[in-house]
Design a protein around this ligand. Structure first.
Ligand SMILES: [Mg+2]
Length: 235
């Protein structure tokens, strides 16, 4: 069996900007800081939990849990306010509503691994209309480190499918941190990006980059066809 793991923000849902706006807004409001960098590669980890912990530590000298909880609460409040006023900010990426079911029909196991918190992940998937019943979900509640979140998704997928391991594993994501996490684990990577964002993924060594989840199945079909061809040429 092969496993395809998908990221959420910027991959399944077009929520990268609203998420960024809400996390920075909550941190600035609760901590009284300003001009926080939104270049997440500058942080120790690029997950919601990791970013909040790092900024709280920078301001308070330690990761004070009650402050983290205040920021988290404010973050959810902002996310919901944005949804109330501008639900279009939570649109699914092209093809995202079908990709999980289509991959399963093609015989793949699927899972979701995201750097956002579980509650935020479930909210975004729900409002974007992405059906994910029976799909293992690993989030920043599992770890602040994206490679660890990916490992958790793989473990969950093994348990849910009652198998020992996967032949091939791919991570589908849009961030340089996604490409790095896939490289750390030695698994395949499919980038979802265009323009400068795609250039940044290429600079990380990504060789397969498509515009949207709608194109992922075509890439995998081509990969399978190549594998079949190379197998039959060696038989
Ligand atoms: Mg993303």
């Amino acid at each position: 069996m092969d496993l395809i793991i998908l990221d959420i923000d910027g991959t399944l849902t077009d929520t990268e900007h609203v998420d960024e706006h809400s996390i920075v807004g909550a941190l600035e409001e609760v901590l009284g800081v300003s001009d926080l960098s939104t270049d997440w590669t500058m942080y120790r980890t690029s997950t919601d939990g990791g970013i909040v912990a790092e900024v709280v530590e920078r301001v308070h000298g330690s990761v004070r849990q009650e402050v983290v909880e205040d920021v988290t609460k404010r973050f959810y409040g902002m996310l919901e306010d944005h949804y109330t006023t501008s639900p279009d900010l939570f649109a699914p990426m092209p093809g995202a509503r079908d990709v999980l079911a289509t991959l399963r029909e093609m015989g793949y196991c699927v899972a979701i691994a995201t750097g956002c918190w579980r509650e935020s992940a479930l909210f975004k998937l729900r409002v974007a209309g992405i059906e994910h019943v029976g799909v293992p979900l690993a989030t920043a509640d599992d770890s602040h480190d994206r490679a660890e979140i990916l490992r958790r998704a793989i473990d969950l997928a093994q348990q849910w499918n009652d198998i020992q391991g996967f032949r091939n594993i791919w991570y589908v994501g849009d961030g340089v941190w996604d490409a790095r996490a896939a490289a750390t684990l030695g698994i395949g990577f499919i980038g979802i990006a265009a323009g400068q964002k795609a250039d940044r993924l290429r600079a990380e060594g990504a060789t397969i980059i498509v515009d949207a989840p709608a194109d992922v199945t075509a890439v995998l079909r081509q990969s399978r066809a190549r594998q079949t061809a190379s197998h039959s040429s060696t038989v």
